[in-house]
Design a protein. Structure first.
Length: 425
């Protein structure tokens, strides 16, 4: 049926910035078919504590309907926020006396609120190179300039950060915040060293900048001896705004995230949230609160960590076994992903995707994680959702395709050349 109303003429200019997320589009393609999906970032459903959640949900609705099915405060159910503060303290995240918590509809909403609250057209924000693509999409709506700071295996390159800040200041740019995913970074799996965290804080303090610390993955670190001290805990000046989510430690369908930061900031975020959705579901907040109180969250984290460690190892094993020798990937000490750098700049992973789907494997092309438009020869592979057997088969299919594509001169890309290039890795 042809459309008679010309909706496109009515759209606001900003609607052009609502980019279809590549991950979401891909998930549509891979749903149900024979394609092994190494795309997406879904938790393994075996991790969901469904019996515990069913029991809690039944109790909450039967016994507390007048509260659980009612509207609730925009900042979140008060008792739940207190419970979250306790949970944060238990996990070594400092809660200062001038801090407060706001519950958000997933941490995606927190990213959106932070951008809407802080950023105006032509402000500058600093992100990692690469970084979480849905964060970039949320930030882009406010039309800022984005400066992307490369990572190496210890996290954000603080030497480059400082020189970029000096350059931006010299240009008279207003820097609104530095966004970082310090532990088990999405998409690279890299974890920032303690030294780098301290340097980052020193620089933020020197230039009086705010740090947005996005931490969905510190619960899932698989190797011993990895420092996961939150930047928030090292912060003596209250300049770190910390966010996390129940999406990986309980279930993403609950849509619960939270922001912990200076009460001035959480107050403004609360006002921004009011216009977005009044509040996050009261029902799922109370379910999550009970899950915290009854130890279900801790149990889920322990179980998930074991399951995901096996899958991470299966992914690294498969890459070692099948992937072309010249490709390179940083070792993910945790999280859900591995980012593979292909040995030829001639391979554009976005263009290659339809061929990969034909061969029965999906991944996320890396370019959308790079705020500077690079990364076209990279891909993000997920290991949390597929089974170890699917991981093995998926990587085998992908490696076969890449081998076919590698014609002509191969450019050997080693960590050294990435680090040296300073531009990408
Ligand atoms: C780094 C990062 N931040 C935020 C999110 C958003 O998660 P949610 O909205 O489910 O809490 C994700 C999800 O994968 C993520 O990887």
């Amino acid at each position: 049926m042809s459309l008679t109303v010309k909706f496109e003429k009515l759209l606001a200019g900003r609607s052009e910035l609502f980019r279809a997320s590549e991950v979401r589009e891909l998930l549509k393609v891979t749903e149900g078919g024979d394609v092994i999906s190494l795309a997406g970032g879904y938790p393994d459903p075996r991790v969901f504590p469904k019996d515990d959640l069913a029991e809690i949900a039944k109790e909450v609705i039967s016994d507390e309907a007048s509260r659980a099915l009612q509207y609730s405060p925009t900042a979140g159910v008060t008792e739940f926020r207190e419970e979250l503060k306790k949970f944060m303290r238990r996990r070594g995240v400092t809660v200062r006396s001038d801090d407060d918590i706001i519950v958000t509809t997933g941490s995606q909403q927190a990213l959106d609120l932070v951008a809407r609250t802080f950023v105006e057209k032509d402000d500058e924000i600093i992100v990692e190179l690469p970084t979480y693509l849905a964060a970039l999409n949320a930030f882009r709506l406010s039309k800022p300039g984005m400066t992307a700071i490369p990572l190496d295996e210890s996290g954000m390159r603080t030497d480059i950060l400082e020189s970029e800040i000096k350059r931006l200041k010299w240009l008279g740019r207003e820097i609104k915040f530095i966004y970082t995913i310090p532990v088990a970074h999405n998409p690279t799996g890299i974890t920032m060293s303690l030294e780098r965290k301290k340097e980052l804080l020193e620089i933020a303090s020197k230039y009086d900048l705010v740090i947005i610390e996005d931490d969905p993955y510190s619960y899932f670190v698989y190797d011993d001896g990895v420092d996961i001290t939150p930047i928030k805990t090292l912060d003596k000046e209250g300049r770190v705004v910390y966010m996390s989510t129940f999406s990986k430690i309980l279930a993403p369908g609950l849509r619960i995230g939270w922001v912990l930061g200076n009460e001035y900031v959480t107050n403004v975020l609360e006002r921004a949230k009011q216009t977005a959705d009044l509040h996050t579901s009261t029902l799922t907040q109370i379910i999550a609160m009970e899950a915290l109180r009854r130890g279900v969250v801790d149990k889920t984290i322990d179980k998930a960590r074991q399951i995901y460690r096996v899958k991470r190892d299966a992914m690294l094993e498969a890459l070692k076994k099948y992937m072309v020798e010249e490709a390179w990937w940083p070792n993910p000490v945790g999280g859900f992903f591995v980012m593979v750098f292909l040995p030829s700049y001639d391979i554009d992973t976005k263009k290659m995707l339809p061929e990969a789907l034909k061969k029965g494997v999906a991944y996320v092309p890396g370019a959308s994680f790079f705020a500077n438009g690079m990364g076209w020869n990279t891909m993000r592979l997920n290991f949390s959702y597929p089974s170890p057997e699917q991981i093995d088969e998926g990587v085998k299919r992908l490696a076969g395709l890449i081998q076919e594509k590698l014609t002509g001169e191969k450019v050997r890309i080693t960590p050294i050349s990435f680090f040296k290039s300073g531009g990408m890795f």
